[in-house]
Each structure stands twice: as structure tokens, then as C-alpha cells.
Design a protein around this ligand. Sequence first.
Ligand code: FES
Ligand code: FE
Length: 439
Amino acid sequence: MTTSWTDRTSLDGSLRDIRKGIEEGRFPARAFNDQHIFDLEQERLFSKAWCFLAHETEIPAPGDYVTRYIGNNNIIVARDEHGQISANLNMCRHRGNLLCKSELGNASHFRCSYHGWIYKNSGELIGVPYMKEGYEGRLKRKDWGLVNVRVDSYAGLVFGCLDPGAPSLEDYLGGFQFYLDFYLKQGTAGSEVHGPPDHWVADTDWKICAENFAGDGYHTPVAHQWGFNLGYFPSSGSTHSQGWAASIPGLGHGIGLGHSPNFPAFGGFPDELVEEMREAFTPEQVEVFSKVRTAVGTVFPNLSFLMQPFSLTPGEPGVRFVTMRLYHPVGPGRMEMYSWCLVPKGASHEYKEAAYQAYTLAFGQAGTFEQDDFENWTKVTRSARSTMVKDLDFPYIMGMESDRDASFRGPGHVVTPYVNDTNFRNLWSRWADYLAGEA
Ligand code: FES
Ligand code: FE
């Protein structure tokens, strides 16, 4: 089947074929590096979906803020003097200057560096130079506040949505919260970020990362083989031929749950946290999570998590670390990566440091596993730009006939084993729905 397109109009026409191809287990290679796809994603996906902005623990005190992106829009996410979190377009309403030029900090107000308009951190315009003499009463401050962005949060994750008509965040997540809790409710106090995110630019399409973290257990024993050989992955022998792939049909979210029968239940967590987690989780979550050694999932479109034990002493469970990552597209085949370490808020200082060390060694900016992945992802992205690629598809036919694992107690469509394309078909199907304007 040809899904070739040469311009925006022919891409619109090809979307029907792309969607049919996904149902049949194919996806166009060129989608991973294409200007028309990038433009359509900005217009129809990132301007419509709920997109991750920040973790609440990044801005714990009044005045704390970070600047992030939804699509190509720079957003200030700030906690006001009443403790409320708001999000506003980082653009002065006078002539459009970038208002806040720092990526994080603390400020009760922002003053524009061009003509000096002043806004509260919640977005209201409160100061205009030469208000009386210049505007002679014609400018109403209440009409020229920052452009507000709809926000909502789940278990510390703050999301923003540019579409006032979009469904609630709760409906958007659609049951995936069950799996997110494994990362976000580590103990009764929940989870927190351990320092600001690692942040770097890569010649990689954001979708390659989103797919990989939606549960690509297939690449792990190959791309990261050295980790097995050196014993950094404790008790990992049968993880990838067992385990589960869980997805929320129609919503794009997916997670791979690796299982090693010989790995201890909740191994790698301190004993006191295990007790707390058993309290914080539902009985169904305890049953599922106690069997899981590795959990790697994507919240559609571009937020991912990985939890994994990492051991510097071969044969021992090591320590569980969690990384949360955001893939911000900046052009076709190019993205900015934000990568955080999440730790249990109630854990000891020693445990948090050990988890951070494991995260840094494996998935920090210079992390060894991170480099394994980006080496492959940049090459995939480069291939996707070549002239011979325009009519080629990739196969997504693993698990086409898989039935739901009826014994599994988590929500969504759950299949076994973990090595499976089911989550990816669901991811691309949702992506195509947005690009076709039918999400
Ligand atoms: Fe900000 Fe003029 S552009 S005050
Ligand atoms: Fe990997």
C-alpha cells in the first residue's frame, strides 16, 4: 500500500490509508521525520491533547515557577501566593515579547523587558508604564492579562490543554491512572522529583521515544545486552518472554510490565516503603505490582515513565529507580528531552541518593542505557528522511490475534507476553485519530 504524500493536502488524503495500515499492522517509516507530519502534529495533536507540564514538587512554594512547552507554545507554570498552580502563555500581551526568560525560579511578578508591563505570576496585568498619559483611560488592564491555559493534575502531575472543548483529564487518562500509581504513589506520601530535569536536544523524532517507552521489551536484551552481561539488571532472565503489555484502547496510553518469577515481590524498595505501598495501593494494584520487576509506560502523547531495579552488585536486587521523561518536538526529527528522577517522598535520604545514582548511571543525560537508546533512535530518524523511505512501512504485527489475559487484574487491554506490538498499534491509532481531526 502506498501512503506517500508530497504536501499538506495529499497528507490529509493519505491519513485514511495510514489509519487502515495501522489496523492491519503497518506504520509509515517516513512519519518519523517529515515536515508535513510535524506541522499537522502541532496543529491537530499538541493543540488538542492534555500535555504534561510539570510535577507539583518542582514548584512547592508560592512564587515557584518553571517554563515548559505545549507544542510550540512556551508556558509559564507558577504557584501563586494562595498555593494555586496556573499556566499562562509566556508572551507579553503588549507586543509579544517573551516575558519570563528563565526556565525555573521564584517570582511573585514578571516584568516585561521591552516596555515594562508587569503581570502577577497568576497572569493578571497589574502594571503599565505611562498608563494615564499614554492610554488616556482607554486600556483596561483586566482585558490584557496573560493568555491562560487550562490545567488539571493527577497525583502530582500537572497537565495543560489548549482545547477548551477537550474532555476532562480524568477521562483523557481513562483508567491509565491504575498503572501511573506505581510510579506516583510510592508510599503514603507519594513521589517527588529529585532535582531539576536533565535537559538536552537530540536529532530524534519524539514518537520513536514515545513508542519505545510504551513497552518495547523487544529491544532490551539486544540494545542493552551489556547490562545483562555485567549483572546490572538483577534477576532479569525471563522478564521479556513473560510479563504483560497493557493499553487503554482508543486512548493511546500503554505500559509494558516485565516479570521475573525469581525476583522478590517489591524487590529493590526499602522494607518500610513496601508496607506503605501495600496500604497506598488497591488490592488489585498490589497483586499486579508485586509481580512486576520493570514497568515502562507512555501517557499519550509524549510523557513516559520507567521503573527498574539497577544493581551495582551482581546477584542482588539493587535499588529501584524511576525516571519520568518528556519528549518535546522542536522540528521534524528533532526534539528536546526532559528527564527527571522521581523518588518516594517518604524514603530515607540514603535511599533517595541511591535511587538517584542508579537513575543517573542508567538514564541521566550521560546514562549508559540512555546512550544505547539514542544511538539507535538517531539512526532510525536519519533513515526516515531518506528518499527511498517514502513508500515504506514498518511491521507492527506482533500479537495481532492476542486475546485479553483474563486472569490479569489491571484495566485496559492486557496481553502476554510483554514482547508485543499491541501497545504500539494503540498508540499510532490514537495519533492518527488526532492528525485526522477525529480524536
Ligand atoms: Fe512587553 Fe511591550 S512587549 S511591554
Ligand atoms: Fe532502551
